[in-house]
Design a protein around this ligand. Structure first.
Ligand SMILES: [Zn+2]
Length: 505
């Protein structure tokens, strides 16, 4: 907080003591802060507080100063009026004659003389204007569009469009045609103007490797399949990681989607922050080159990392039990995710000795109790098979899952089952709903975990099992990996594909 006279001294303006006498602030001394805001002419203070001593001489002088400044500001304001436009200079005579000679305008519009000509008796209307014999059109298949509709829009008769669509449908399912497919069509001569023009020719690319042509030969439409040779040699790209693997790989021409997959695959084996600047990445990506020059890039097939320190990684995707995941060359897959909590609620009773709420004596509580409201979905803790789903005495309705390696879990007091015995379940799949069946005081989930038939504390289990390929799976995995690694470097990177490129065997 400031005291009043401190403000006055600091600001250097005319100020009043509480008593009312004018206080002259001390003159600024050399080297002190320069008063830049205040304007002084001799002893005359030009800046007067108009809120004080209204009606005095200083006040009127201040008012005049203020008015003068406002007027000055207003009079210096820029003019917003229109600016005079530039008009081109008239042509010199020679240029005018030249421009006039080039000028073509119908006589009916006055040509370049300005004198309009009306038709005279010499002008006779034509009895029949000849029609253009054929029309070449280009139509595009839209999203959610149909082949027949595209043709009808282009002017083909309804019946004919339907017939053509069904002819094409015999070669390739019409629903497989991609939106954006461009169709070249030729409409032929018609007998009179009352009917639609017949479709004489239709040609489009139905698939990446197939072109379909439709021609009218002797009044009959015939379709021709024109296969396009496609080279499916995968694309292999290698490079040094440098400061950023993502940027280096992008610069080398790897699609962003493939890099994301690569990082996800690699991160299951090494921490991404452990990848060194001198390590080398190795991508093999699905790649198709058509003989007509188009290319298509697909999925990442192989993710390799040659590391300066630490073991090298050679990873490939493989599908086991309908679940695809990335495996290392040795057949070791991703560390399987931890254990799914069966319901989102909090744990209300832990594993161990406790006073039973109904039986009223100390007894071992062999599982975890989760608080959850009636009907909450119960999720499988891990992948497994339903070993039982039925009534189990005091446990009420119970589902038991076995997860292999002697590990099992059970879920009790359910209100309803969502699985039946023998079914395979995935981690996180709904197996039933919370209830209060059996010996229970209210809706909750009693969850138990067993190893070799004995209950264990579910909270003590750290599940660090890795998926591992073995036997025939491993053998076929390795042979596929070998064939991928035989991909020559940058095989498909040369963009100059000769038109006569042959299909891969
Ligand atoms: Zn319980």
């Amino acid at each position: 907080m400031y005291r009043f006279n401190e403000i006055a001294t600091g600001s250097g303006s005319v100020a009043l003591r509480p008593g009312g006498a004018t206080l002259r602030p001390p003159r600024p001394q050399f080297g002190h802060k320069v008063e830049s805001v205040r304007t002084r002419v001799g002893d005359l203070d030009l800046v007067v507080d108009l809120g004080q001593r209204i009606g005095s001489r200083e006040w009127f002088r201040g008012l005049v100063t203020c008015t003068a400044l406002c007027y000055a500001a207003w009079s210096f304001a820029p003019d917003m009026g229109p600016i005079e436009a530039f008009s081109p200079a008239p042509f010199p005579d020679a240029q005018f004659q030249e421009a006039r000679a080039l000028n073509i305008a119908p006589l009916a519009y006055g040509a370049d003389t300005g004198r309009r000509m009306a038709p005279t008796d010499a002008v006779q209307p034509l009895a029949d204007i000849p029609e253009r014999p054929v029309i070449d059109l280009r139509a595009t298949l839209g999203r959610g569009d149909g082949l027949a509709r595209v043709l009808e829009r282009a002017g083909v008769a309804h019946a004919e469009a339907d017939r053509v669509a069904s002819m094409i449908g015999e070669i390739v399912p019409v629903t497989d045609l991609r939106p954006g497919t461009v169709m070249d069509l030729t409409l032929g001569r018609r007998p009179n103007r009352m009917v639609a023009r017949p479709l004489d020719k239709l040609s489009f690319r139905a698939r990446f490797d197939l072109r379909i042509e439709l021609n009218r030969v002797g009044g009959l439409l015939t379709t021709t399949r024109i296969p396009i040779a496609v080279d499916e040699t995968p694309l292999r790209i290698q490079g040094q990681v440098g400061s950023s693997l993502y940027r280096a790989a992008r610069a080398a021409g790897v699609p962003a989607r493939a890099i994301e997959t690569y990082l996800r695959a690699i991160s299951s084996q090494v921490s991404v922050s452990d990848i060194g600047a001198s390590d080398r990445f190795d991508f093999v990506i699905e790649h198709r080159r058509a003989a007509t020059g188009e290319t298509e890039t697909g999925q990442l097939l192989y993710a390799g990392l040659d590391r300066v320190s630490g073991r090298d990684l050679k990873m490939m995707q493989w599908t086991v039990d309908g679940r695809a995941q990335w495996y290392e060359a040795s057949g070791v897959g991703r560390q399987r995710g931890g254990i799914q909590q069966p319901v989102p609620g909090p744990i209300t009773s832990n594993y161990g000795l406790r006073m039973h709420p109904i039986l009223r004596y100390s007894r071992m509580h062999r599982g975890l109790d989760f608080r959850a409201s009636y009907g909450t979905p119960i999720l499988a803790a891990m992948d497994g098979t339903v070993s039982r789903a039925g009534w189990a005495g005091g446990y009420g309705k119970q589902v038991r899952l076995s997860h292999g390696n002697g590990l099992a879990t059970s879920y009790s007091h359910m209100s309803r089952f969502a699985v039946s015995p023998g079914a395979r379940v995935r981690q996180g799949q709904v197996i039933g709903y919370v209830g209060s069946t059996g010996l229970s005081t209210g809706p909750h989930l009693h969850y138990e975990m067993y190893r070799s038939g004995q209950t264990i504390n579910p909270r003590s289990v750290r599940f660090t099992e890795r998926a591992q390929l073995s036997g025939a799976d491993l053998a076929s995995f390795r042979s596929r990996l070998r064939s991928l690694l035989a991909t020559p470097l940058g095989a498909a990177r040369t963009a100059e594909v000769p038109a006569s490129a042959t299909a891969a065997p």
